[in-house]
Design a protein around this ligand. Sequence first.
Ligand SMILES: Cc1cc2nc3c(=O)[nH]c(=O)nc-3n(C[C@H](O)[C@H](O)[C@H](O)COP(=O)(O)OP(=O)(O)OC[C@H]3O[C@@H](n4cnc5c(N)ncnc54)[C@H](O)[C@@H]3O)c2cc1C
Ligand SMILES: Cc1cc2nc3c(=O)[nH]c(=O)nc-3n(C[C@H](O)[C@H](O)[C@H](O)COP(=O)(O)O)c2cc1C
Length: 658
Amino acid sequence: MPRVTDPLKIRNMEIKNRLGFPPMMSGSISNGIPGEKFYNVYEPIAKGGVGLITVEASSTDPMNNPIQPCLGLDKNIPAFKEFTDRIHTYGTKIGIQFAHGGILTLMMVAIMRMNMPVWAPSSVDPVVASDAYDLINPNWRKDLEKTGFKEIHAMTVEEMDGVGNRFAAAAKRAIDAGFDYVEIHSAHGTLYHDFLSPYYNQRTDEYGGSWENKTRFLRETVAKMREKIGDKPIVTRISAEELLDDGLKVEDQQKVAVLYEKAGVDCIDVSQGIQVRTPMGINIPTYIPHGGFIHYPEAIKKVVNIPVIGVGSIIDVKMADEFIQQGKADIIYMGRQLITDPETPNKYFNGQTDDIKYCIGCQIGCGSVCVLNPFERHNYQELVPTEKSKKIIIIGAGIAGMEAARVAKIRGHDVELFEKSDKVGGLMHVVAAEYKKEQFMNIVNYQKTQLKKLNVPIHLNRELTNQEIMDLDCDVLVFAVGTEATIPVKFKDNPSVLTQDEAIMKTKSIGKNVVIWGLDTYWKGGAETTITLREQGYNIKAIAGSEKLLAGIITQARLTGRVTWIHRYFKENKIPMFTNAKLIDFSDNKVIIHDSDDKEHIIEADTLVHCGARTTPKKTLEKEFENVRFKINFIGDCKRPRDIQAAIRDAQTLARSL
Ligand SMILES: Cc1cc2nc3c(=O)[nH]c(=O)nc-3n(C[C@H](O)[C@H](O)[C@H](O)COP(=O)(O)OP(=O)(O)OC[C@H]3O[C@@H](n4cnc5c(N)ncnc54)[C@H](O)[C@@H]3O)c2cc1C
Ligand SMILES: Cc1cc2nc3c(=O)[nH]c(=O)nc-3n(C[C@H](O)[C@H](O)[C@H](O)COP(=O)(O)O)c2cc1C
């Protein structure tokens, strides 16, 4: 039985082990070619011990663009050669993914407001074609029209021929630049995928209808590439399923995989989903279990004789090893995990599993800078020892306090932590008690282990008095005391109005029929709290808030699997929602809400869960301790109620500056 540590051959290329880093857009390229940021993204991953790395979706067009590596130009070859030489010093094989956006170009039009043509097999309805946007923002069709967008362009055979030629020419440049293999993106809704898709491909010519026809475009491209790159491996990424009732199924892709193998593809990389319809297969939220898509590569492996790659929320090398031993995949890609901790393979192989920092699955940083490592990748700054060790006291052992303690101690400071409760982690215990968010405890567990190893004293159940604080013998005092959940004054004496924390942790009793207030306030308001309570059997009568979108914080940043999953849950379970609403009253088991048209709704409920603003004691503390002789700092939520990203960033920024 093969193990994850065993070498493997793809065509004639030998990889040293069976762990890989998948193509992941990082926004780190400098005008089409590798610069310092690009090295800071890829080099740590190579150094960390993976067998192979596939560079993110790259362009084959003869012009540099700001967001993609470009091998459409001969003049870019030397810069990429320097890059591949550097990666090869770690014994890692390096490939590059070539992608044509196809239907995904709609993302550029919709989010970046770029007036670009969208090429696809057929001119389908753009709103259906990217219905994840429509799900989240009902005004999306109007927004799209405002950009000047008219229609999806059905490609001509000449245009397809041109794309294939450019892919082949770029593959040749990649091999000349020292890449070991090339990958054609035929997944996630990119152009080659669109030709396989029942919705996107409605052609009646020799590129539509049968599987022979639908795969023709990619097979022709493989032939053109083969002519240019000889014996070098060609990998193809597919979406085993589109994750839609009427979408591509794995049984279809089994037929496709057989045809691809016959056409000369050397390895199939099996992903799932469409970025603009079902991104939960690509940016996989914590609601889907680790390795939850591994049955797809397993099914593809049954019909082909070439290596098959499996991917999808696999963060543990032990799990990867088990999948390989069970014959479910030949190679396992770890994406976000290697962004969180590029050293994961080496740490695992060397038995240092305690030191692995595991991904929490939050989907906030990912491609650019992981929320848990604010000074890595694009923002890389070396962590240097301090020249003068200081005595640092930190009050509050939530993630902000612990992170500051960890980094300050590594730098050589003398650090001590005081925590008023009986455990470390603060609000993260509430976060992790929400529906399928246990993974968020990964950061707490990591910090706790590291602080123990670093011998940082943590005094639990210890709330210092004001006098004790004033008498402290230290150089720096850090407040990381977090926030308090609040409810509006008018509901203060109403025992049926609960804060978000009370509802999640069940520290107060909740009735069966619940109204949730808050769509997008602190963090994401009540979106995940609603799901949590509903999954626990409570009857959610409605969710309402004064905001215009549910969970807008993550909606506007990027179309992630997490936000799409949330919105789909609300739609499928028909949870009544009031946006732009006013909360008028709650008494006698009646919640009174005015909707966006000022129409009154009286909702029978026995509990109102208020997912509202939180207060920080910062101002009070500043006043109380204005005359102390040491420097006072505030980090994390107590500085301003925000999120995990801000808590860790504040903590590291401070600890690196001391
Ligand atoms: C329901 C919910 C879901 C969330 N989901 C997400 C999410 O998915 N993603 C995300 O990015 N963010 C999320 N957040 C926000 C995130 O949890 C916080 O931003 C983060 O945990 C703040 O960390 P912190 O260390 O600054 O504060 P806290 O976690 O509040 O820690 C403060 C610590 O200080 C201690 N303390 C307080 N006073 C004293 C004192 N006087 N002496 C000693 N110790 C004291 C407390 O006991 C606590 O341990 C969520 C928040 C909630 C409420
Ligand atoms: C920020 C981000 C960027 C991505 N970019 C690409 C890409 O360029 N090409 C691609 O095929 N997949 C891309 N993906 C999908 C990843 O390759 C991978 O399949 C996904 O992250 C699931 O693996 P993981 O759970 O191990 O991270 C991207 C995913 C994320 C989160």
